[in-house]
Design a protein around this ligand. Sequence first.
Ligand SMILES: C[S@@+](CC[C@H](N)C(=O)[O-])C[C@H]1O[C@@H](n2cnc3c(N)ncnc32)[C@H](O)[C@@H]1O
Length: 267
Amino acid sequence: MKGYRAVADVYDALLRGENAKVSAGNFAIHKNLTIPAEWRKAGLTCTNDWIVQQASLNNPSNILDAGCGVGGTLFALIAQMHQGLGITLSDEQRRVAEAQASQLGLERRVRFLTQSYDQPLQESFDLIVAIEALLHSHDLPATIANLSRHLNPGGRLILLEDMAESDISDDPLAGIWSSGWALTHVYTREEFEQAIQGAGLVLERHENFTPMVKSRRWPGSLLRALSVVLGHGVSKRRIFLGGLALEHLYRSGKVCYRFLSAKRSNG
Ligand SMILES: C[S@@+](CC[C@H](N)C(=O)[O-])C[C@H]1O[C@@H](n2cnc3c(N)ncnc32)[C@H](O)[C@@H]1O
């Protein structure tokens, strides 16, 4: 977990006292999308349903959720026959995920660890999923290379992440987002794609989810003023403000919420 203490603090702070909300939200700590009609027609009611559909796992599989939050995606994915491991930086999240696993009677098929996705793992996987997690990486090519080393031949990496359309490191709203969420760098879509290809994976699918994201219309000038008032340090208010800044960046087309799927060759 070297270097990631600030990220762990953000997620511990976010969860504190919010267990009822997390449970009502199906144990997902990601954006609540406006579900399009074609998803509903296909019986998909949330992001995790879409991920399960895209994963199309027909044989018993071993799944890693890299940045698993409180386990909602893993619970949806392991369904009847799969098993999985969830890793998170937050002890609070791990405890909630473990309690829910035993509530669901899944403790034999799913495990949770407080561990960074940059550390080596003891096993390999048929599917690795990361939802709103790799944006926290301190070195995206190294993170994706580490994950892909633990992917079985023919295995798949599925990502759903916020990606800048171009370099926005000088943008004040990107600064508010980054400091609220403890991001060291805002990665571009190109950087994600290069990291995937650099790890020897083949990009097979790409989709832009930004039109489904709900965004509140707070003016940029107000967000900048509030950022000065709130100052530094981890707090729920600064995390909230970071989220509003991100929504502003969606509206200005500078950041998109993107689904990427990549495969490791069979050979
Ligand atoms: C926004 S939450 C998303 C949680 C989950 N993927 C979901 O969709 O409900 C971000 C997650 O990424 C995890 N994370 C961030 N950096 C990480 C790292 N270096 N190693 C492991 N997990 C990390 C956090 O601990 C948190 O669980």
